[in-house]
Design a binder for this molecule. Structure first.
Ligand code: NAD
Ligand code: GLY
Length: 351
């Protein structure tokens, strides 16, 4: 098992290893005196893993209740979030209880935001079951739901008490979901030196645990320096500004990681055209994405992408901040006037 400590205002451990769900009751008991635990999950995850988690929590002396919603981004909305809060109220969850998020980024973000809002804040624990949630969404305390106008537009910063990533759960994860998670892994490999070479060949088993721990450690570097996302944490959005736009253009049929892969490829190509990085750097990024069978061409037009990019919540007036690679292991923010966006997208290979 690997442990990474996240150094925020109220720090916590992220534990990564096989079989961690089997011991989750004891692990959660070690960080809380709560008398009850309220599990929030989706049905794809709750069916194979819910019973184990409930039994282990009961074994550790928690009264246990749960709320399970239909899987997928379509559930990440205010209606389902409201249903979760009502279910917590009906189950008489109190401020001294603990919420347990079991699943990928969707249950994690929803449960985290419910925990942030319910009675003005209840503790919560993350049990990520996708690679994407393990390396990104379960760590750092960003919680949210989508609004009709865009993704993650309502939310709160609420750090978990503990993150337990049981890598055995990846065995039931569909291949497409696992591949999508590797896009975020490749993002970290471009942000900081040392990880890129560990990604070829594709890591599995203990090597994958090492890679996840390395990603969490890189995320900790940014989150601990800028917990509330006012400065350097923005670099974690590498590939995301174009990626989020592609995701929206697809009507959320693209998985988050697939869209991030497209965004990474586009920003790398555009950075090479503009002399921000070398052509070799851009080629290495695109080749690594392709090694993982991730998409690197964007099937949407410049006007379609521009329309979605202008909705980006990080846009400030007539400028947009894009995160660009200067080299593998070195990225920075480039402030781009909205009027230059089309040229950037075309340089990124969008037609
Ligand atoms: P997800 O939670 O929808 O999981 C993807 C699919 O895999 C779902 O159908 C789910 O039911 C299924 N699944 C999950 N674990 C499984 C398992 N072990 N076995 C079988 N099936 C399983 O999505 P995701 O890709 O984990 O996360 C994407 C979400 O995370 C997006 O909403 C994105 O906005 C959010 N996100 C948040 C942050 C953050 O910092 N909070 C960072 C990145 C992404
Ligand atoms: N996923 C980006 C962040 O946590 O800031």
């Amino acid at each position: 098992m690997k442990t990474v400590h996240v150094n925020v205002s109220r720090g916590y451990d992220v534990r990564i290893g096989q079989g961690l769900l089997q011991d989750c009751g004891r692990a959660i008991r070690s960080v809380t005196d709560a008398s009850a635990a309220f599990i929030i999950s989706d049905e794809n995850v709750f069916v194979p893993y819910g019973r184990t988690v409930m039994e282990r929590l009961q074994g550790a002396g928690f009264l246990v209740d749960h709320y399970v919603f239909p899987h997928g981004e379509q559930s990440k909305n205010l209606r389902v979030w409201g249903d979760i809060l009502e279910a917590m109220c009906a189950a008489q969850v109190t401020r001294s209880d603990v919420v347990v998020a079991l699943g990928g980024g969707v249950p994690g973000d929803m449960a985290g935001f419910a925990a942030a809002a319910y009675q003005r804040g209840v503790d919560f624990v993350q049990l990520p079951t996708t690679l994407l949630a393990a390396v990104d969404s379960s760590v750092g305390g960003k919680t949210a739901v989508d609004l009709k106008g865009g993704k993650n537009l309502a939310g709160a910063f609420h750090q978990p008490l503990l993150v337990l990533c049981d890598t055995d759960t990846f065995r039931t994860l569909p291949d497409r979901e696992l591949t999508s998670g590797f896009a975020e892994v490749i993002k970290y490999a471009v942000l900081e030196d040392g990880l890129f070479s560990a990604l070829d060949p594709v890591p599995s088993g203990e090597a994958l645990e090492d890679v996840i721990a390395r990603c969490v450690s890189i995320k900790n570097d940014y989150v601990s320096a800028d917990e509330f996302d006012r400065g350097c944490r923005a670099l974690l959005n590498l590939g995301h500004t174009v990626g989020h736009a592609a995701e929206a253009c697809s009507g959320y049929r693209l998985l988050h990681g697939e869209a991030v892969a497209m965004g990474l490829a586009a920003i790398a190509r555009a950075s090479a055209v503009r002399g921000i990085c070398s052509a070799e750097t851009a080629d290495r990024i695109v080749a690594l994405l392709q090694r993982y069978n991730l998409p690197t061409e964007i099937p949407f037009s410049v006007p379609e992408l521009r329309r979605e990019m202008l909705r980006d919540k990080k846009r400030s007036g007539s400028e947009l901040n894009l995160i660009v690679p200067e080299a593998i292991g070195r990225c920075r923010t480039e402030t781009v006037p909205v009027g230059d966006l089309d040229a950037w997208l075309r340089d990124g290979g969008v037609s």
